[in-house]
Design a protein around this ligand. Structure first.
Ligand code: ADP
Ligand code: ZN
Length: 799
């Protein structure tokens, strides 16, 4: 029997075995195939001959339906990477695969029901649900089964009706094997013709000048109608055929500016770093380098030069960035430098554009790919360089299945390809610096800014003193207000950061101490004044801001805490002349909104930018001379072992936005905990000092990167149910001599989320593979719990 292993994009299942029926060739590894699964037909990817597995009785093996590709759809190296992901992150083979597939690569069946002659005859005798279904189908049009099955019991009714021959269920396929856009193109087929009338003369004239033909839509917009063309076709003078075209990736990228590169002479530190990096890139074997360069040290210039060198040597380049809308500059520079040979994947692209771009890369027409997390799977051939910019950034971790970390997958891709991997950051993650210290990564440092620009001078304002002097309602300290006024007078720019959005963070009843909570999640609702609503930041539930307490009906409601919306209002009140904008998830919902705001700020059209961590990313605004941080300690209260690391990174990064041009920069940091090590070290921009303190904490508490950790969250309808199921799994994990420890279960810090109760446990140890294996085995024994369990290997957040 000819068997093939197939990965299908269905949660939590491994590759499945299918039989290749007579008449079909054995599909090549990486080709898409159509397979039956339950009552559906799905697209999967062939993974080769299954590992000998005699357990599946041969009569249960189903037949492949069709093979969609003669050549591998996914290149072998990407397929291998995907298999690593599914193994390492303990998810299904097909789920991991879905991350690597371009849009429109899947074909799926839809189930349609249609009434039969028999059904029509018997319709009058039927009652209840059966009659309802038949009535809905009686107009003779097939209907989608999911639109019929609007309530319980309909599915079994449909099955019964089908069995009795009253209806027919078909499974037409949705989607096509090729999703390229085609246009109709007209070409001239006769050279000697006598066109009749002005329109025909013009049409022939234009087609004569275009031997490859002209898109009929373009002709139509030029005044040559379909009717004119048809007459020419009828006399045999013109032929019309379909041609595949690309949705122009550059036209669509118009929202991204192209930045011409200023020629610069590398500083000594840059030169040293570049020479080392280039030597490793030329070695043709795997090297992973942590490029630790302070903010403004000119890392982008190094990326560009390296990418250019590697590209010229005939190998491909991958550059991962946290989010293109937030840091358009890097992408724009790459586009300026590599023109058509670069593909830029950002969230503004449509599925069609993404599809075309993917195939352009797959055909080898692109040698540099710039993109976010998922670009790590781009089908670039012969990768020689993988760069991860701002490698510490949390957005590299996918917070849904497959929960992979783009940086870590990038390292593996480099390893499999024998490429140079460069992880760049001013504030490296604990993981990467730890790896560098252990000798697993090489470390290259740049300690000074370009042109010897000084780092911003940082001043800490102790808010306890501020409250003592000016009362408890102070939001902007006297020092920050005076500095903002000073910049306004000098026409210099300022950035004010508060990593919390909204107007007020809590609605509190002074009579009964009740606070307004989300009905679905265990968090309080945030007041958004502009839209006059209280909203949950986890599930988006919102309601009008109440005027009476829901608990005691008293009118004594008070709004406490503040977010960016309030800070913006305060600053506007103090500086009515200033041009101010706010950047947070509330103001940049619309696509392109953020790019617009940031470029206005860059062009000097704004004086003050207020925002959340979005404004702290790698921006390069040379006219910013002041950075204010409100409540620098916002994140420190979180029950998350990475809170200190995140705070340090955020503060260091935002302070690094000041003084990047010719003018000196200053940062003012307001906090209630001026002595906390994260805040102290950030203010001195002292990475080494921070790392020493933080690794000590991780060592004492046994947290990554000192050990490996898996976070598991079991969701259930009740709190007791979640705890009971989690307890069952934990029990199965403990057999006495295991090489890991299990902590918990306990209710998760976010004990309710989107209406579900959540219980959590951790597995900690030094041997990740055995931890993972034990957990997967425990969950496989309880498939019903497995479906409700989140498994997060190397978690970034443990809320
Ligand atoms: P980083 O990413 O390390 O924070 P950037 O790459 O954004 O820093 O560089 C900061 C600024 O310095 C940019 O405007 C860049 O064009 C400029 N720059 C980089 N290298 C040099 C150099 N050798 N001489 C002068 N300017 C430079
Ligand atoms: Zn909620």
């Amino acid at each position: 029997m000819r068997l093939v292993s197939v990965a299908v994009p269905v949660p939590a299942i491994d590759a499945l075995t299918y039989r290749v029926p007579d008449g079909l060739v054995i599909p090549v590894t990486g080709a898409r195939v159509l397979v039956p699964l339950g009552t559906r037909v799905l697209t999967g990817v062939a993974l080769g001959t299954p590992k000998v597995n005699s357990e599946t009785p041969s009569e249960q093996v189903k037949d492949l339906i069709d093979i969609l590709d003669e050549q591998p759809f996914l290149p072998a190296d990407v397929l291998r990477l995907v298999q690593w992901v599914s193994n390492y992150y303990a998810c299904g083979a097909g789920e991991a695969l879905a991350s690597a597939m371009p849009p429109r690569a899947w074909i799926e069946s839809e189930r349609h029901a249609r009434i039969t002659d028999l059904g029509r005859e018997r319709q009058a005798d039927e009652t209840g649900v059966r009659a309802e279904v038949l009535a809905k189908l009686s107009n003779d049009k097939p209907a989608r089964v999911d639109t019929l099955a609007t309530r319980k019991g309909v599915f079994s009714t449909l099955t019964a009706l089908e069995r009795e021959g009253l209806i027919e269920i078909t499974r037409p396929l949705k989607g096509t094997a090729s999703a390229f856009r085609t246009v109709r193109v007209a070409t001239l087929t006769l050279s000697e013709i006598a066109p009749r009338g002005a329109r025909q003369v013009e049409a022939v004239e234009r087609l004569r000048g275009a031997p490859l033909g002209i898109d009929t839509a373009a002709l139509a917009s030029g005044g040559i109608s379909a009717a004119t063309l048809k007459r020419l076709v009828d006399v045999g003078a013109v032929a019309i055929h379909r041609r595949t075209v690309e949705r122009d990736p550059f036209e669509q990228q118009a929202t991204l500016p192209v930045v011409a590169r200023k020629p610069v002479t590398l500083t000594d530190e840059q030169t040293n770093a570049f020479q080392q990096l280039r030597a490793w890139s030329e070695a043709g074997t795997f090297h992973c380098v942590l490029l630790h360069g302070v903010t403004g040290s000119g890392k982008t210039e190094l990326y560009l030069r390296l990418a250019d060198a590697v590209r010229r040597s005939g190998r491909g380049v991958l550059l991962l960035v946290p989010e293109i809308a937030l840091t358009p500059a890097v992408a724009a520079l790459f586009r300026g430098a590599f023109g058509e040979r670069v593909a830029i994947q950002h969230s503004g692209l449509s599925d069609g554009e993404r599809h075309d771009q993917w195939h352009r890369i797959r055909r080898g027409e692109v040698d540099v790919v710039v993109g976010t997390r998922s670009a790590v799977f781009a089908p670039v051939t012969n990768v020689g360089l993988v760069i991860v910019d701002e490698e510490h950034d949390g957005s590299y971790k996918q917070e849904e299945t497959p929960r992979y970390h783009g940086r870590d997958v990038a390292v593996v891709r480099g390893q499999q390809a024998g490429a140079l991997v460069v992880l760049g950051s001013a504030t490296p993650s604990m993981e990467s610096f730890h790896n560098a210290q252990k000798g697993r990564y090489r470390l290259v440092s740049i300690q000074r800014r370009v042109l010897d620009r000084p780092m911003a001078a940082v001043r800490i304002v102790d808010m306890r003193e501020e409250y003592a002097a000016n009362g408890p309602d102070v939001i902007l300290s006297a020092a920050l207000v005076s500095a903002l006024g000073d910049r306004a007078a000098k026409k210099e720019q300022s950035i004010v950061l508060l990593n919390r959005r909204g107007f007020a963070t809590v609605v509190f009843c002074r009579q009964c101490a009740h606070t307004l909570e989300c009905p679905n999640c265990s968090v309080s609702l945030t007041v958004h004044k502009a839209i006059r609503r209280a909203r949950c930041h986890y599930c988006n539930h919102s309601m009008t801001v109440p005027t009476r307490c829901a608990n005691c009906a008293g009118p004594y409601l008070e709004q406490l805490g503040f977010g960016t919306e309030r800070v913006e209002a305060e600053i506007r009140g103090l500086f009515p002349e200033a041009r101010i904008a706010r950047v947070d998830r509330d103001t940049v919902r619309r696509r392109g909104a953020i790019t617009g705001l940031l470029s206005r700020f860059a062009d000097g059209g704004l004086d003050i930018l207020v925002g959340t961590q979005m404004i702290a990313k790698g921006h390069d605004f040379p006219r910013v001379t002041l950075v204010g941080v409100i409540s620098a300690d916002v994140g420190l209260g979180m029950a998350d072992f990475r809170a200190g690391e995140r705070t340090f990174q955020l503060l260091t990064q935002v302070a690094g936005r000041a003084g990047r041009g010719d003018l000196l920069g200053e940062a003012i940091v307001q906090t209630l905990y001026p002595t906390h090590y994260s805040i102290r070290h950030a203010c001195r921009q002292d990475y080494a000092g921070f790392f020493a303190d933080e690794i000590d904490f991780r060592q004492r508490m046994k947290y990554p990167p000192v050990i490996a950790m898996i976070n598991a969250v079991v969701k259930a309808r009740t709190r007791e149910g979640a705890m009971a199921d989690a307890t069952d799994i934990v029990r199965a994990l403990r057999w006495g001599s295991e090489p890991y420890r299990v902590l918990g279960p306990a209710p998760a810090p976010l004990s309710r989320l989107k209406g579900e109760h959540r219980a959590q446990f951790f597995i900690k140890g030094s041997h990740r593979a055995s931890m993972r294996k034990a957990l997967v085995a425990a969950l496989e024994a309880r498939p019903e719990i497995r479906r409700r369990t989140i498994v997060d290997v190397d978690p970034m957040s443990v809320l």
